[in-house]
Design a protein around this ligand. Structure first.
Ligand SMILES: O=C(O)CCC(=O)C(=O)O
Length: 296
């Protein structure tokens, strides 16, 4: 399959709106393989009474009726997910967006299963992990066809050029923006509606969120967080450099550097944080805000 390098128009859209969606990058067979592996991993949650390093479980999960909300860092769970992030069909556009050196940060597979898949309240990824510059992007791989009803991810165009919003509640980081209090107009939000196998790229400062999946169609979304090689995490954020060796091993292409590129970017530290908040779902549950919870 042809490597889908971004056109000038797509690059301009990413620059102006903060996201771009490439339809049908993966073949139907590739998507089917990923869904099969995903099902196999999810089957491992049967019998579990609480989440662990692999599984984030829905609030309604029981050992007898397992419901996985997220597979944590799927690249560590199966080679198929590791292979895809090294694929030129992703790396080509990533080099265009971030520069010659691209570093993998982490990954997640949000299941948003039919009938109950949890919402993710509006937030900016940047609020969780500020860096020395904002050349970071999230790559979303749709493992199901996504329509208006099965909980599409929504982007607010242009919000990546605006402020870093308050993601605190009662003085503690909760990872969700109070849309009403901030007076944010979501009427121009764009849902990421596309066939399975499509790939989206959204800027790290993009305001985004998704409703619960009350439909009868699954909506699994594989996400890779990627950074420019010279973007270094700011201490106190939710990314850390454990060792230089590990940090450099996460470079997917390009040369390592000890010279972070510094950019004048708006930063709010995600501190203090709830000690028992191990995922965005749990952080957000610490606040009674959220337009999706209210409407759900
Ligand atoms: O799965 C979704 O719809 C939202 C994903 C997201 O924004 C996140 O996990 O940070």
């Amino acid at each position: 399959m042809q490597s889908p390098l971004l056109t000038d128009q797509q690059l301009a859209q990413y620059r102006d709106a903060g996201f771009v969606i490439l339809p049908s990058v993966l073949s139907a067979d590739e998507v089917a393989d990923m869904r099969r592996v995903t099902d196999e991993i999810c089957a491992g949650a049967a019998g579990m009474s609480e989440g662990d390093d692999v599984y984030d479980l829905e609030d309604s999960h029981t050992p007898e009726n397992p419901k996985v909300r997220r597979i944590k860092n799927p690249v560590l769970q199966h080679k198929i997910f590791d292979d895809l992030m090294r694929d030129e069909r992703l790396l080509g556009p990533l080099r265009q967006l971030l520069g010659p050196a691209v570093r993998f940060k982490t990954s997640k597979l949000n299941m948003k299963s039919k009938g109950y898949g949890a919402p993710v309240e509006w937030h900016q990824d940047w609020a969780f992990y500020p860096h020395t510059n904002d050349d970071l992007t999230a790559v979303g791989v749709l493992l199901n066809d996504v329509g208006p009803d099965n909980g599409p991810l929504n982007f607010l165009p242009g919000s990546h050029k605006g402020p870093t919003y308050d993601h605190h509640h009662d003085g503690v980081f909760c990872g969700a923006v109070d849309i009403e209090k901030e007076g944010i107009d979501l009427s121009t939000a764009v849902p990421c509606i596309a066939p399975a196998g499509s790939v989206s790229f959204h800027h790290v400062r993009m305001l985004h969120g998704s409703d619960a999946n009350r439909s009868d169609k699954d909506r699994a979304l594989l996400l890779y967080e990627m950074a420019a090689g010279d973007a270094f995490p700011i201490a106190g954020g939710m990314s850390e450099i454990v060792s230089l060796q590990e940090f450099d091993a996460k470079l997917l292409c390009g040369e390592p550097t000890l010279h972070p590129r510094l950019k004048d970017v708006p930063v709010r530290m995600p501190l203090p944080r709830h000690s028992d908040a191990t995922s965005i779902y749990q952080s957000q549950s610490k606040a009674d805000r959220g337009i999706y919870k209210k409407s759900g």
